[in-house]
Design a protein. Structure first.
Length: 136
């Protein structure tokens, strides 16, 4: 494979673009796994926090809680699980990107599945009067 060479000007422009992007975003201060809620929590320097259910992330669906708890900040932009060789960008998670396109499509199909058991449950629920009405 051929090596890619960058001119000093290209490198300086890339560094400047990165600094400009970071300047407009909050800086993560810490990350932790909360086993009781099964969520990953990212706290930012500005006092804001972001939480995401750990089991929704590709690679964490059946991971051991001890391995999930070993999450680390990867610079100012990502999360890293060394034991699982797994990485996510914080901005991607905040946009709802929890895995590959194929993984995400399979996750969406879960609630859309049709089965004999699901149809029977819907019929039983219908006989009981269906979904409760929303109160005004």
């Amino acid at each position: 494979m051929a090596e890619v060479e960058f001119e000093d000007r290209d490198y300086a422009e890339a560094v400047a673009r990165g600094a400009a992007e970071r300047a407009g975003q909050p800086t993560p201060r810490s990350v932790r796994y909360e086993p009781l809620s099964d969520r990953i929590v990212v706290e930012f320097e500005n006092g804001a926090a972001f939480m995401v259910p750990a089991r929704l992330l590709q690679g964490l669906e059946s991971a051991d809680p001890d391995d999930i708890a070993k999450v680390e900040l990867a610079g100012e932009t990502g999360l890293h699980w060394p034991q699982l060789d797994l990485d996510f960008t914080i901005s991607g998670l905040m946009q709802g990107v929890f895995g590959t396109e194929k993984f995400m499509a399979a996750s969406r199909r879960g609630g859309q599945s049709r089965s004999v058991a699901k149809a029977e449950a819907a019929r039983r629920n219908g006989r009981l009067g269906g979904r409760p009405r929303k109160s005004s």
